[in-house]
Design a protein around this ligand. Structure first.
Ligand code: KIV
Ligand code: ZN
Length: 514
């Protein structure tokens, strides 16, 4: 019998700490449902003490999810733990994840605390969390740069206090695989009560080693990996869920464990996270990149046609690539639409929501013959954000672009019910359109990123545009989809401006006092 490797997904918490990746409550619930369908064991839904918005998001995820454990992050402070306990009240199965930094540099410079005091805080936090749930996880932040002797002391103490998962974070992505694996083996061997807890790892990707470090830890006894969809996360991100899961599954000859995940949901989940956060997936990304299973060279194609195993170590359909099938079209009725949406985990708040979505679907079907799941997801992303936060809306856009002439755009937007029109010239149709919008909304923000990706194949495919705006230290991503990429660009820009003006101000968990 193989051991179970627990998959702890932190897309909604650490993933959300990527600049510009903040998600609304409903977006978090949609991603959590997709993770639940994939049979993720633990979903870290957020940091409830960060803001009222994050508290409500964790609460909503806890209420919506039945099959996965829902977790909330808390610093080793009574107020954070109480907030997490409160947010998780509705969960069928809940976990509180509490942490405090243990590296010399963090204890001295960030916390200004002595090591014994840090142990006291950790023990107190775990005991308090146990008043809310038996399922308590403790992390010594920056363990990758902490002293092993000190880690042994603090981890032994928190197990005695009731922690049942010990998570070893390589917070700054400093560790090397062999060294990190050896640390895990040493901790398990040296801590006298280590058999009472599951060892977990949480690796950041600053040196591109997050997955390698996580797998090395698994080889040395870790039985939980913390990871994110598409490797999203603080700075260079976290270990990518899809890479960890498929490495362990593909190399069953090598690993003494396996996950319980339904890997066929991976691609859908990856696309959903990318479209909600506005973080595109690079084409050559393992497992979920558009080229991950594409064979360009003639020699490879010849080999794959004769026997796919000559060049393929996994089957595209096993991670969900073949589910990109045409589901609906112009003649599909309301019932077929509602049923497919339910299969994708989308539940409408009421008849009005369903009618609105169906109207948009019909508009899209008039422009595009085949409607794929990805088109439906994009449609819902747009509708969801508009319903919640969009006080600026695109009403009309006219663009003139011809050879030898300077492109110009005229745009009409509605701001809190009031229509306004602006014009601008630009280097191209997109540039002119965004300048016309900016002339009306006057954010003064810097456009830090602009990218276009096709949602499905074909020249009638919808283009999904992502823009990133930076203003006074705030960073937001906006996205928009349309069969016309100039309109998609205008929608994305307006989406970002709405977020810039409405983003819930959150406290960063790792920048606080403790
Ligand atoms: O990277 C880190 O150390 C974290 C902790 C809060 C687990 O995200
Ligand atoms: Zn982290």
């Amino acid at each position: 019998m193989k051991d179970k490797l627990i998959i702890f997904d932190t897309t909604l918490r650490d993933g959300e700490q990527s600049p510009g990746a903040s998600m609304t409550r409903d977006e978090k619930v949609r991603i959590a449902r997709a993770l639940e369908r994939m049979k993720v064991d633990v979903i870290e839904a957020g940091f409830p003490a960060a803001s009222q918005g994050d508290f409500e998001a964790v609460q909503a995820v806890a209420d919506a999810i039945k099959d996965s454990t829902v977790c909330g992050l808390a610093r080793a402070l009574d107020k954070d733990i109480d907030r997490a306990g409160e947010a998780l009240k509705g969960a069928q199965s809940s976990r509180i994840h509490t942490f405090i930094a243990t590296s010399p540099i963090h204890m001295q410079k960030k916390l200004n605390m002595q090591p014994d005091q840090v142990i006291e805080y950790a023990v107190r936090a775990v005991k308090r969390a146990r008043q809310y749930t038996d399922n308590v996880e403790f992390s010594p932040e920056d363990a990758g740069r902490s002293e092993e002797d000190f880690l042994c002391r603090i981890l032994e103490a928190v197990i005695d206090a009731g922690a049942r998962t010990l998570n070893i974070p390589d917070t700054v992505g400093y560790s090397m695989p062999q060294q990190f694996g050896a640390t895990i083996a040493n901790l398990i061997q040296r801590i006298p009560n280590s058999d009472k807890a599951i060892f977990s790892v949480h690796c950041h990707n600053d040196l591109g080693l997050a997955v390698a470090n996580s797998l090395s830890a698994v080889m040395n006894g870790a039985r939980q990996v913390e990871c994110t969809i598409n490797g999203l996360g603080e700075r260079a991100g976290n270990a990518s869920l899809e890479e960890v899961v498929m490495a362990v599954r593909t190399r069953q000859d090598f690993f003494g464990c396996d996950t319980g995940l339904d890997a066929r949901e991976i691609v859908t989940c990856s696309k959903l996270v990318s479209s909600i956060t506005g973080f595109p997936v690079q084409p050559n990304k393992a497992i979920v990149g558009a080229n991950a299973f594409a064979h360009e060279s003639g020699i490879h194609q010849d080999g794959v046609l004769k026997n796919r195993e000559t060049y393929e170590i996994m089957r595209a359909e096993d991670v969900g690539w073949s589910t990109n099938r045409m589901v609906l079209g112009k003649h599909s009725g309301r019932n077929a639409f509602k049923t497919r949406m339910a299969e994708l985990g989308v539940q409408f708040a009421g008849e009005a929501d369903l009618n609105d979505a169906f109207f948009r679907f019909k508009q899209l079907a008039d422009k595009k013959h085949d409607i794929f799941d990805e088109d439906l997801q994009a449609l819902i992303s747009e509708q969801g954000f508009e319903a919640e936060d969009e006080h600026i809306k695109l009403v009309a856009l006219k663009v003139c672009s011809e050879t030898g002439e300077v492109p110009n755009a005229t745009v009409t937007i509605r701001v809190d019910g009031k229509e306004m029109t602006g014009c601008a010239q630009g280097g191209g149709a997109v540039d002119a359109s965004l300048k016309a919008i900016e002339s009306l909304v006057k954010t003064g923000a810097i456009l830090a990123l602009y990218s276009v990706n096709n949602i499905t194949n074909g020249t009638d495919a919808q283009g999904e545009v992502t823009v990133r705006l930076e203003n006074a230290g705030r960073i937001v991503n906006g996205s928009g989809a349309d069969t016309d990429i100039v309109i998609a660009s205008a929608k994305a820009y307006i989406n970002a401006v709405n977020k810039l003006q409405s983003v819930d101000q959150r406290q960063h968990p790792q920048k606080g006092d403790v």
